[in-house]
Ligand binder design. Structure first.
Ligand SMILES: Cc1cc2nc3c(=O)[nH]c(=O)nc-3n(C[C@H](O)[C@H](O)[C@H](O)COP(=O)(O)OP(=O)(O)OC[C@H]3O[C@@H](n4cnc5c(N)ncnc54)[C@H](O)[C@@H]3O)c2cc1C
Length: 421
């Protein structure tokens, strides 16, 4: 006999959303979360700067299709429409000329066109790039900053499948706080990792340190990296194609390096975008003084983001400070206040920022969208169709998979779930 209809593994955006759909359909469920809080990669903290700071997702992308956007508006979140075009471009220590900036915009358009026309065999974005500063700067946004991967590790097919994420909104109160508010009424068992999923039994059995729970189906929202690391043991093993898909969807990385600059705005305006191009491998992007706070939020992506988080926060903060001094002069040091560095690679049950298919492996996403034995379902940002990698996409994925489970269980029992309750 099952203890509940469905077990949900993970209380991030997708798991919380799945739970709400199951509840509305009248199904019973339990949600297990490995961390000591809900939200997963959506997490706002006031600990570092005394104001909300998003350690994970911050922009409400694709606001016209993002279910969190109307909730942010209704909840009174302070929202800023952010066009995300580069306002200040530097090549190393030198300011780009106007013609360099025009070249970068052109390179960006050319890259988009080449991807549309692509019909080649080499599925790497790098195969489309000419050398030179401006194309590299354009590629930085396409690669490390957007996809969390260097451009020789990005699949053209995968990149093309992702939607344009305009319009983008940034909030003062935080995207993590919004997700926490969304999920506040979902019962979640925190600090309870699911260790094993047994499916050689009728239904499934989820083994946790606090006991084993039987259910008809399970929705697994853990990142593909956590699954590739076998944080959950599936018994028997999953079909080879599913296991392979975890490995074909490795995590990209984005490391944030927020730094307080006190008593000066450096001639910049709130929400300016500043990019320092450093051979497209070690670039750093700054979101400047959002909402006129004292924060300059640095971002590095791809391999460099893994390197810098391995080097540690002190090295990361020195790097950011030194690069800003390169541009604004060493006098800037006396304006530097508190600083921090995020480390999503060090989160055992996430292990990176978001998944990106290896070149030639974009079909891995479709593979994971197939349930196993009509009992094991996967959901999350990595399975969010055109909104892959986004928090709104993760929610839509969780909702869609939960509806699939509701239909599946209704079909299996011949009854409408919840009709007897
Ligand atoms: C630095 C950074 C910046 C980002 N910026 C943006 C942005 O600006 N806008 C945007 O839309 N998106 C952004 N994202 C992406 C966005 O945060 C994610 O796509 C989204 O939050 C993922 O939600 P999810 O539910 O799929 O996964 P998660 O949030 O990872 O949730 C899965 C949960 O499963 C738990 N779990 C894993 N294994 C187990 C287990 N065995 N047992 C129990 N629980 C388990 C995890 O602890 C986790 O809480 C960013 C991400 C990062 C890291």
């Amino acid at each position: 006999m099952e203890d509940v209809d469905v077990v949900i593994v993970g209380a991030g955006s997708s798991g919380l959303a799945a739970a709400k759909i199951l509840r509305a359909a009248g199904l019973t469920f339990r949600v297990f979360e490995a961390m000591g809080r809900i939200g997963g990669r959506a997490f706002t903290s006031t600990e570092h700067f005394g104001i909300p700071f998003d350690i994970g997702c911050a922009w409400l992308h694709a606001a016209d299709r993002n279910p969190y956007f109307p909730e942010a508006e209704a909840g009174g979140w302070t929202l800023h429409h952010h066009d995300m075009n580069v306002d200040h471009l530097y090549f190393g220590k030198h300011k780009a000329s106007e013609s360099d900036e025009a070249d970068m915009k052109l390179a960006d358009q050319q890259l988009a066109t080449l991807m549309e026309l692509w019909a080649g065999t080499d599925d790497r974005v790098s195969s489309l790039l000419a050398s030179g500063h401006a194309p590299r700067a354009a590629a930085t946004f396409a690669g490390p900053m957007d996809f969390g991967k260097d451009f020789d590790e990005i699949s053209i097919e995968d990149f093309r499948a992702a939607a344009d994420l305009d319009p983008n909104y940034y909030s003062f109160e935080g995207f993590g706080a919004l997700v926490a508010r969304f999920g506040a009424d979902v019962p979640v068992e925190l600090a309870t990792p699911v260790r094993k999923i047994l499916w050689d039994v009728p239904g499934i059995a989820c083994v946790t340190d606090r006991g084993t729970i039987r259910a008809k189906a399970v929705i697994v929202t853990a990142s593909p990296a956590a699954l590739a690391f076998e944080e959950i043991e599936f018994r028997p093993e999953l079909p080879a194609a599913h296991t392979q898909a975890f490995f074909d969807l490795p995590m990209g990385m984005l490391t944030k390096l927020p730094i307080e600059i006190r008593g000066t705005r450096l001639g910049l305006s709130p929400f300016d975008d500043l990019l320092i191009e450093r051979r497209a491998r070690n670039d750093i992007y700054f979101l400047c003084f959002p909402f006129d706070t004292e924060l300059m939020v640095g971002f590095v992506g791809g391999d460099f983001a893994w390197e810098i988080s391995a080097a540690g926060e002190a090295a990361g903060v020195d790097f950011v400070t030194d690069r800003l001094c390169d541009i604004f002069g060493s006098d800037l040091r006396k304006h530097v206040g508190r600083a921090a560095m995020t480390n999503w690679g060090g989160e055992r049950f996430v292990r990176g920022a978001y998944a990106a298919a290896r070149p030639g492996k974009s079909a891995a996403r479709a593979t994971l969208m197939q349930p196993v034995a009509e009992r094991i379902f996967f959901a999350g940002e990595h399975l969010a169709g055109p909104l892959i990698q986004t928090c709104g996409g993760a929610r839509l994925s969780g909702e869609a998979v939960a509806r699939q489970v509701v239909a599946q269980l209704a079909g299996a029992s011949g009854t409408i779930p919840g009709a007897s309750r």
